[in-house]
Design a protein around this ligand. Structure first.
Ligand code: ADP
Length: 622
């Protein structure tokens, strides 16, 4: 029987030791290894059990000695009879009448009188669920310990404070995980930007390793590109400072390297917890052994373009979380790499193209210079020859004319005709030589212009007069519309005569007998209000092929369809040396005018005709 003094002492001891006097630091350290999936089985519990016959003061003594005990499990005949929490126990013995009664009775009797309610939970219950159930209890029962039932162990008591601490630890875990997730997402956003901000392959590969080190730990890292069965190192971090890592090439075939082969064919990451126990691991002799290895493929549109290889010194240093991080990272890295390599291709293609263009341009320039020189030599030759020809021609013409007036020749008709033919030949040669000299002047921009106000009507009328006989011979009709209303143009009368002679004589040459040549004119006003006289010379002739129309104004150009060297100036298809239109264009351009042709095409049967247009600037009034 416990004595009163003893009891008082015990009670004092119990009161001195508060209900919650746990070593919180020790418990917290214990709880640090919890994960989101932890259950009650992972929490520290107490297994203070007594038989029903044990007297109350023994339990009191135990509570006094071990203040961390949340309660006692009472067992009777191998079955849990109930749980006395430390708190309820103290309350009961704290009552003035109950001290002796309770402490001197078997605990089983105390239990029967008090019948405390106990929350029983299986050890597989999650921490979160258990905490919810505890918090739903009435407030005076909230602190009661929980009885945990294990499938193969004796039941044990869980302190609710431990449970709530565990719950808060888990909440912390969730919050930290969420924070980390957000940080990662932010980092990835930044990484994505950084990686794609450069299109240089060298920069991108180096940035990949630098940025990756910001989101996960690794000791050595390497970016390798995969091309034609070969992995080639393009960036390294943490490797010895020599060329060996940079020059690394790995032949990826089944036998030579099954590990790399596996990553490339399966397109999934490969994690080796300890390379020492991996039979397929090939240790490079010049590298210290890093025990953990993680290989992650760089994939673009289901195609492996390379891989990231990471190592850590410790064994099993990478976990699933690391794989997730590198995988997300690898996705961005692959895009940046692909962009950079496409850009590289474009750049090198452009460079090749530029090189080709430069080469071709140089060749063309060279050819052009040669052609220019040849053209100049030819022009010089023609000009000099024409000059040289003109002097004897003038002499011949003079003597020819003298001959034609000689009485002997005049008396003899056949001699007269011969002389006339000689003179006609000389005249024709003279014209050709003059034309050549005109072209030479046009080419060298030395055409002498004597500009004055000219009425185009006068030029045409005068020309029409000289052509009457030829027109009649060929039964050609020359219709000249009323040109008297046209304003005057600034021009050289003789050159304009030459210009329109060329157009009219061409009209006659390329129009079959019996056809018509029509000359019309109108005023044309340019975009800035400048006035022009526009003359049209139209014929009912054989027309000009569309593809020839741009060429006929070049010197020495003939369409090739015509019988050359025909004697007449106005004979049908009596082609000349191909200078008429070149001179015409030269004259028009010297007058700041324009000349062009319109024709449906060349057809000797249908004779679609041609229309030549000449635009000459109007002379300013006053
Ligand atoms: P050509 O001395 O040969 O007449 P031109 O320079 O006057 O040289 O003309 C160049 C070529 O343009 C001619 O050979 C001819 O084929 C073509 N051509 C010029 N005028 C006409 C025209 N009115 N109708 C058809 N073809 C023409």
């Amino acid at each position: 029987m416990i004595q009163n003094s003893e009891f008082m002492h015990l009670r004092q001891k119990l009161v001195d030791r508060p209900v919650v006097a746990h070593d919180l630091v020790a418990i917290k350290t214990d709880l640090e290894r919890l994960t989101i999936e932890s259950t009650l089985a992972d929490l520290p519990t107490h297994s203070y059990r007594v038989g029903g016959h044990v007297l109350g003061h023994r339990v009191a003594q135990m509570f006094a000695d071990e203040p961390q005990l949340p309660g006692v499990i009472v067992i009777q005949k191998g079955v849990v009879r109930g749980v006395f929490s430390r708190r309820t126990f103290l309350e009961q013995i704290g009552r003035p009448y109950g001290v002796e009664v309770y402490l001197n009775r078997p605990i089983e009797v105390m239990l029967r009188t008090v019948e405390p309610k106990v929350l029983q939970l299986p050890s597989s219950c999650s921490v979160y669920e258990a905490a919810q159930l505890v918090l739903q209890r009435p407030s005076d029962k909230m602190q009661e310990p929980v009885l945990i039932l294990f499938p193969e162990k004796e039941p044990a008591l869980l302190d609710v404070y431990v449970l709530l601490l565990a719950q808060s630890q888990l909440l912390n875990l969730v919050v930290t995980a969420e924070q980390r997730r957000r940080q990662l997402a932010e980092s990835f956003q930044k990484i994505g930007k950084t990686l794609s901000s450069s299109l240089s392959l060298g920069k991108v590969t180096e940035r990949i390793l630098k940025e990756l080190s910001k989101v996960m730990m690794y000791e050595r890292g390497m970016v390798m590109l995969y091309e034609r069965g070969m992995l080639r190192s393009v960036a390294q971090r943490g490797f010895p400072e020599d060329d060996r890592a940079g020059d690394l090439r790995i032949e990826v075939d089944e036998e030579a390297d099954p590990l790399f082969r596996q990553i490339i064919s399966a397109q999934v990451p490969l994690l080796i917890g300890d390379v020492m126990f991996e039979p397929n691991w090939r240790q490079l002799p010049w590298l210290p052994v890093d025990r953990s290895w993680l290989g992650v493929p760089l994939i673009i549109q289901k195609r492996v373009i390379g891989l990231i290889s990471l190592t850590r010194r410790a064994t099993y240093a990478f976990d699933e979380g690391d794989i997730d991080v590198v995988l997300t990272f690898a996705g961005q890295a692959a895009i940046a790499l692909e962009n950079a390599s496409l850009y590289n291709q474009i750049i090198s293609f452009n460079e090749q193209l530029e090189e080709m263009v430069t080469k071709r341009t140089a060749e063309l320039n060279q050819a052009y210079t040669i052609l220019e020189k040849l053209d100049q030599t030819k022009s010089d030759f023609i000009r000099v020859s024409a000059h040289e020809l003109r002097t004897p021609l003038t002499v011949m013409k003079g003597y020819g004319q003298m001959l034609s007036y000689h009485p002997t020749i005049q008396a003899d008709d056949s001699l007269g005709e011969m002389t006339a033919n000689i003179l006609a030949g000389i005249e024709r040669l003279y014209r050709v030589v003059n034309n050549i000299l005109d072209v030479a002047k046009i080419d060298s921009n030395t055409l002498d212009l004597l500009p004055r106000a000219v009425a185009v009507k006068d030029v045409i009328t005068q020309l029409a007069g000289t052509l009457v006989a030829d027109l009649a011979e060929r039964r050609l009709d020359l219709v000249v519309e009323d040109l008297s209303k046209l304003p005057l143009v600034v021009g050289d009368f003789d050159l304009l005569t030459k210009l329109f002679y060329s157009l009219l004589s061409n009209g006659m040459k390329y129009t079959p007998d019996g056809g018509q040549i029509r000359v019309g004119g109108e005023v044309w006003v340019g975009a800035e209000g400048e006035g022009y006289v526009q003359i049209m010379v139209e014929d009912t002739g054989i027309g000009i092929g569309v593809e020839q129309q741009g060429l006929i104004f070049e010197k020495f150009y003939q369409t090739g369809q015509l019988a050359l060297h025909s004697s007449g100036q106005t004979k049908f298809k009596g082609g000349g040396p191909g200078l008429g239109l070149a001179i015409a264009r030269g004259i028009v351009e010297a007058h700041q005018g324009e000349i062009w042709v319109e024709s449906e095409g060349y057809d000797e049967e249908r004779c679609p005709g041609s229309r030549f247009y000449v635009r000459l600037p109007v002379a300013s009034e006053g």
